[in-house]
Design a protein around this ligand. Structure first.
Ligand SMILES: *Cc1c(COP(=O)(O)O)cnc(C)c1O
Length: 446
């Protein structure tokens, strides 16, 4: 696969080889990650990367785009059909620029916007203070209740009080179905644009295992590389309802992406998005999406049976948030690093009303899209849940400490003591055996 890189650039090839092995023989449980098909990889590695195509199909600033136009129109048509929307822009470089373009299209700098607070599970681009979206717009965040569900009473109260121009519904760490309908009601009441960001759940929406926002939202944004299982990229969609509110919304979105925010689109990636959307239109993809959710529920049950607490007590979708506070505060780092040593990849994450900080949070976020892509099912989830619970208990006595110096010292001591621990080694071996039974990129060698 990378024969020419190996010959010309062995140093780089060495790193790539290690990364392929890491993906093949570890359990990828970060819920925003997935494994694309070799067809998607082929499109990404194609000569389409050579082309400049500023503008949109049939309206380009460069010559020679007759075939790129066809590629982009194919991706757009597929997305329109799959998501039941009127207008699609497939050019955003990724999810974050897609979201920024929505602000450019709908708001003026300084306008008020509302999104879910980052430590509560929201995304940076929904108005968090260090993001451009929190610096250039007046961000009024809403929160989740102590049970982990969106505090809808607060949403209504804040929307009526602040009358935002734009309301976001979407998150990076929310294990439950989004109440699109309720959000639409309040957005309509205060005459705000209602944007849903389905970056995490796009594949579940296509698969019919999460409610579609197309009836409720004006705008839908998504990444293409999470449950949708395409290349890294983003899309912005305008619904029928969106065009009714503002007939120019599609044009405003397009202008916000180019020339507002970006230059030339990444045409090889557009081709790969077309491939992924083609795959997502197949009946097998529905089964895949349903299995992601079944796997996640089964993983959650296994964790709970083994004494682990989950935010909201479980999941409706592809991800789970483990609440580590029964063991103390700020334990996420110890668990994430210990799981890493057992080749189980997750990420530390804040939980609702986290007693610690965003850098030393008290939760772990994990999910099943990537494992489901390698065909693992409920029995494997049950086993993996018990391994994770064992590892959590192994490191649960480690304390972070209160001062900075104390923390550095404690984490260092933890790393020394835990490195090469027999239980972690044993689970790492079992993980490898399990991965061999569910091969990934079978036959692919770097
Ligand atoms: C992942 C994500 C994004 C951003 O996507 P990038 O491609 O990382 O820029 C935006 N919104 C939500 C809800 C996400 O989960």
């Amino acid at each position: 696969m990378i024969e020419k890189i190996k010959l010309q650039d062995p140093e780089l090839a060495g790193f790539m080889k290690k990364e392929l092995a890491r993906q093949k023989f570890g359990l990828e449980m970060i819920p925003s990650e997935n494994f694309v098909s070799e067809t998607v990889l082929e499109a990404l590695g194609s000569v389409l990367t050579n082309k400049y195509s500023e503008g949109y199909p049939k309206k380009r600033y460069y010559g020679g785009n007759e075939f790129i136009d066809e590629v982009e129109m194919l991706a757009i048509e597929r997305a329109k059909k799959l998501f039941n929307v009127e207008h699609v822009n497939v050019q955003p470089y990724s999810g974050s620029p897609a979201n920024l373009a929505v602000y450019l299209a709908c708001c003026k700098p300084g306008d008020t916007i509302m999104g879910m607070n980052l430590p509560d599970g929201g995304h940076l681009t929904h108005g968090w203070k260090v993001s451009a979206t929190g610096m250039f717009y007046n961000s009024v965040p809403y929160h989740v209740k102590s049970d982990g569900y969106i505090d809808f009473e607060e949403v209504k109260k804040l929307a009526r009080e602040h009358r935002p121009k734009l309301i976001w519904c979407g998150a990076t760490a929310y294990p439950r179905e989004f109440p699109f309908e309720e959000f639409a009601e309040i957005a309509d009441e205060v005459d705000a644009y209602f944007a849903t960001d389905i970056a995490h759940i796009a594949g579940l929406v296509i698969g019919g295992v999460h409610k579609s926002p197309s009836e409720y939202a004006h705008i839908i944004t998504t990444t293409t590389h999470k449950t949708l299982r395409g290349p890294r990229g983003g899309m912005i969609m305008v619904t029928k309802k969106g065009l009714l509110k503002d007939p120019e919304l599609g044009m405003k979105i397009d202008r916000a992406i180019f020339p507002g925010l970006q230059g030339g689109p990444h045409d090889h990636k557009t081709a790969a998005i077309a491939v992924a959307l083609g795959e997502a239109a197949k009946p097998e993809f529905k089964e895949y999406a349903a299995q992601i959710v079944m796997n996640c529920k089964s993983l959650g049950e296994s964790l709970k049976k083994n004494g682990i607490k989950l935010v909201t007590g479980g999941t409706d979708n592809h991800l789970l948030l483990i609440d580590l506070t029964p063991f103390g505060k700020g334990k996420g780092i110890f668990v994430q690093e210990a799981l890493d040593m057992a080749a189980i990849t997750t990420n530390k994450n804040t939980i609702p009303a986290d007693p610690s900080s965003a850098y030393y949070p008290s939760g772990i976020r994990l999910g099943t899209p990537a494992l489901t892509s390698r065909n693992m099912k409920e029995p494997e989830m049950k086993t993996i849940g018990s391994w994770i619970a064992e590892i959590i208990k192994l490191v649960s006595d480690y304390e972070l400490g209160d001062s900075k110096d104390e923390r550095i010292e404690n984490i260092e001591k933890f790393r020394e003591e835990i490195a090469g621990h027999a239980l972690l080694k044993e689970i790492r071996e079992k993980v490898k055996e399990l991965c061999k039974r569910f091969p990934l990129y079978d036959g692919m060698e770097y």
